[in-house]
Ligand binder design. Structure first.
Ligand SMILES: *[C@@H]1O[C@H](CO)[C@@H](O)[C@H](O)[C@H]1NC(C)=O
Ligand SMILES: *[C@@H]1O[C@H](CO)[C@@H](O)[C@H](O)[C@H]1NC(C)=O
Ligand SMILES: *[C@@H]1O[C@H](CO)[C@@H](O)[C@H](O)[C@H]1NC(C)=O
Ligand SMILES: *[C@@H]1O[C@H](CO)[C@@H](O)[C@H](O)[C@H]1NC(C)=O
Ligand SMILES: *[C@@H]1O[C@H](CO)[C@@H](O)[C@H](O)[C@H]1NC(C)=O
Ligand SMILES: *[C@@H]1O[C@H](CO)[C@@H](O)[C@H](O)[C@H]1NC(C)=O
Ligand SMILES: *[C@@H]1O[C@H](CO)[C@@H](O)[C@H](O)[C@H]1NC(C)=O
Ligand SMILES: *[C@@H]1O[C@H](CO)[C@@H](O)[C@H](O)[C@H]1NC(C)=O
Ligand SMILES: *[C@@H]1O[C@H](CO)[C@@H](O)[C@H](O)[C@H]1NC(C)=O
Ligand SMILES: *[C@@H]1O[C@H](CO)[C@@H](O)[C@H](O)[C@H]1NC(C)=O
Ligand SMILES: *[C@@H]1O[C@H](CO)[C@@H](O)[C@H](O)[C@H]1NC(C)=O
Ligand SMILES: *[C@@H]1O[C@H](CO)[C@@H](O)[C@H](O)[C@H]1NC(C)=O
Length: 513
């Protein structure tokens, strides 16, 4: 066998010089592990070694052209140096093995790799340099279901400049990992003191970070992913989101934030977003104008926000009813549709043929009132809809015809919602929202500013101490904060109390941070 192998290699080496390398694309000359199968069609082959009880990867002959190498469901524990060197292969599947280690040069000199699946393994780390070589062509990369805890996602993306899909489901990642995304937009200095200019990523379309431990989406983290289409963040612990976090995405269509810990729906802005999923969060109230800047929105899902019992009267102002297809409030705790009047009246007043748009099924405390009957054509699954009278029994609304017979009041004609300027853009732009990064950032900026002021004062004080003679002429008016100036003046006038003052400033520092 070894002899044949040798012959084969020899054959290969000899013919390499004569004929263009891809010639060995059929399965004929191969000596393969027992359960592996090789299929050949056209000018490409596939190697199927799935469930083949392999404990290591076989070294395949150089310069062979493969369409796919499937090593999934084996007992492979490592990917060794240069194991794929000089092989032309579009897809490698290492899914569901026991891989703990991938050598830094494991994929070096691999040719034409477009899809690499290493999901469901036991990796704890992955060096970004491993991906430099396949990076020239890699489009789909899946490392889901590995217990990384930390991945330099930013650097990995820099090394994979044409990547289209990155799957990182359930990798035990926390905010530290997504903070590395800033590398895409910030200039950095590497270990050789070379400045890398943040150049962003123009190819990534799908990023799946679901089932991780993320909590905060601030600091414009995702800004470098210019052409993202789908972002999946479901099943994390996200509490705070930047209102502007879609700002730089020009193509984004789907964002899934289901199963997180949001208490407020952020007021996102996007011209392209179509599906926004807030299902299973802790949102309890919808703020003014929250959807006013979603120009192409089709579906907003608030399912299973069990505490959502009310919305602002202006919550749906400027929600685009021409693109809207579904507004889902199933299994919330809505009491009444009265705060939806502005939206419902708009729907009624326009000639769009939109029906069944709003889903309020399974809101057990929904009160029987006239809005339900008046706007029934906009309610999804109307026949399954129940309401309660004085908190008592629940009735199918469709059976309560008598009770609703006196509903004639036209909310849309007389209600305040229809007043001119009830919704206005100036307010929509101004609105500030709790639970988003803005407030947090503002607080932090304020602290930072104060800190730099105090620090500069402190430096001045130290200067004062060493260059006592020049202090008299120092221009202190440039320091804004009067209390600090006060401290400083005291200091200059009374050098004995200097130490005490420094302690004072230290105490101030301590209090503020
Ligand atoms: C997320 O973090 C919590 C506490 O920090 C920890 O108990 C949990 O195991 C983590 N989950 C994952 C998937 O890493
Ligand atoms: C994230 O996890 C890593 C590794 O477990 C840990 O060192 C780091 O402190 C964590 N960062 C945050 C923000 O929790
Ligand atoms: C990064 O470097 C480029 C070129 O040197 C420069 O134009 C740009 O302003 C820098 N960006 C930041 C954020 O420093
Ligand atoms: C990089 O620059 C820093 C400070 O400018 C210097 O201390 C360090 O030695 C430099 N490193 C290399 C590898 O040149
Ligand atoms: C929102 O996410 C949840 C959980 O993944 C899913 O069940 C639901 O179908 C999604 N909603 C939409 C509109 O896609
Ligand atoms: C709505 O829920 C909040 C807490 O989530 C509660 O304080 C408020 O009283 C509820 N409103 C109604 C009308 O039930
Ligand atoms: C819901 O909120 C609106 C606006 O804040 C308020 O006017 C209304 O009374 C609330 N409804 C209930 C049932 O709490
Ligand atoms: C309609 O009239 C009935 C009987 O008079 C009354 O009980 C009910 O509260 C009225 N409904 C509304 C929505 O006012
Ligand atoms: C209803 O539509 C008419 C004309 O299309 C418009 O003049 C009017 O202001 C609209 N009313 C409301 C409440 O939007
Ligand atoms: C400050 O002035 C005193 C006397 O006027 C002089 O002895 C001392 O060297 C000066 N200190 C500095 C830092 O110039
Ligand atoms: C001190 O600062 C103030 C305000 O910045 C400036 O108007 C003034 O000319 C400065 N005086 C000197 C002596 O530099
Ligand atoms: C100095 O800081 C204090 C506390 O933040 C503030 O109340 C005061 O207005 C500041 N003074 C000036 C002149 O900025």
């Amino acid at each position: 066998m070894i002899f044949f192998w040798f012959l084969f290699i020899l054959h290969l080496t000899i013919s390499q010089d004569i004929i263009f390398p891809y010639i060995f694309s059929d399965c004929k000359h191969l000596i393969l592990p027992v359960r592996c199968q090789c299929y050949h069609s056209g000018h490409e082959s596939q190697l199927r070694c799935l469930k083949s009880e392999l404990h290591s990867l076989p070294k395949l002959p150089n310069n062979m052209r493969w369409n796919a190498l499937d090593f999934s469901y084996n007992y492979i524990t490592s990917v060794d140096n240069y194991v794929f060197a000089d092989i032309y292969v579009e897809q490698i599947n290492l899914n569901s093995n026991y891989i703990r280690r991938i050598e830094i040069t494991a994929f070096d000199q691999i040719k034409n790799l477009k899809q690499l699946l290493i999901n469901n393994n036991q990796l704890k780390d992955l060096h970004h340099q491993t991906l430099i070589s396949p990076g020239v062509s890699l489009q789909i990369f899946d490392v889901s279901y590995n217990q990384f805890q930390y991945l330099d996602i930013g650097q990995i993306l820099l090394n994979l400049p044409v990547l289209k899909q990155f799957h990182l489901v359930s990798c035990h990642l926390n905010d530290t990992s997504i903070n590395t995304l800033l590398k895409l937009i910030q200039n950095t200095t590497d270990e050789y003191n070379q400045t890398t200019v943040g150049r962003g990523h123009y190819y990534l379309e799908i990023l799946d970070l679901s089932y991780n431990n993320l909590t905060t989406i601030c600091d414009h983290l995702f800004d470098g992913l210019y052409n993202l289409i789908k972002l999946n963040l479901e099943h994390n612990s996200i509490r705070i989101i930047d209102n502007n976090f879609l700002r730089t995405f020009l193509q984004i269509k789907i964002i899934n934030l289901a199963h997180n810990s949001l208490q407020h729906a952020p007021k996102l802005s996007s011209r392209s977003l179509e599906i926004l999923n807030f299902s299973s969060n802790h949102i309890y109230y919808l703020n003014d104008y929250f959807a006013s800047n979603l120009r192409a929105i089709r579906v907003i899902d608030f399912d299973y926000n069990h505490h959502l019992n009310n919305t602002s009267l202006r919550a749906f102002c400027f929600l685009n009813i021409f693109s809207l297809e579904k507004l889902i409030f199933r299994s919330n705790n809505l009491i009444s549709l009265n705060t939806f009047n502005e939206l419902l009246c708009r729907l009624m007043n326009t000639t769009t043929n939109k029906i069944n748009i709003i889903d309020i099924n399974n809101n057990i405390n929904l009160k029987c009132d006239c809005t339900l009957i008046k706007f029934q054509k906009y309610l999804n699954n109307y026949n399954d809809l129940t309401c309660t009278q004085q908190g008592q029994d629940r009735y199918y609304i469709s059976t309560l015809t008598n009770w609703f017979s006196n509903c004639s009041y036209d909310v849309c004609l007389y209600g305040q919602q229809t007043k001119l300027n009830f919704c206005n853009w100036a307010d929509a732009e101004r609105a500030i929202y709790e639970g988003t990064c803005e407030a947090k950032l503002k607080a932090r900026d304020k602290r930072k500013k104060l800190k730099s002021q105090l620090t500069s004062t402190l430096t001045t004080l130290i200067d004062v101490q060493s260059l006592e003679n020049t202090t008299e002429s120092k221009n202190l008016t440039s320091i804004e904060n009067s209390t600090v100036i006060q401290v400083e003046k005291n200091l200059i006038s009374n050098s004995i109390s200097m130490k005490i003052n420094i302690y004072l400033i230290l105490i101030i520092l301590f209090i503020f941070f």
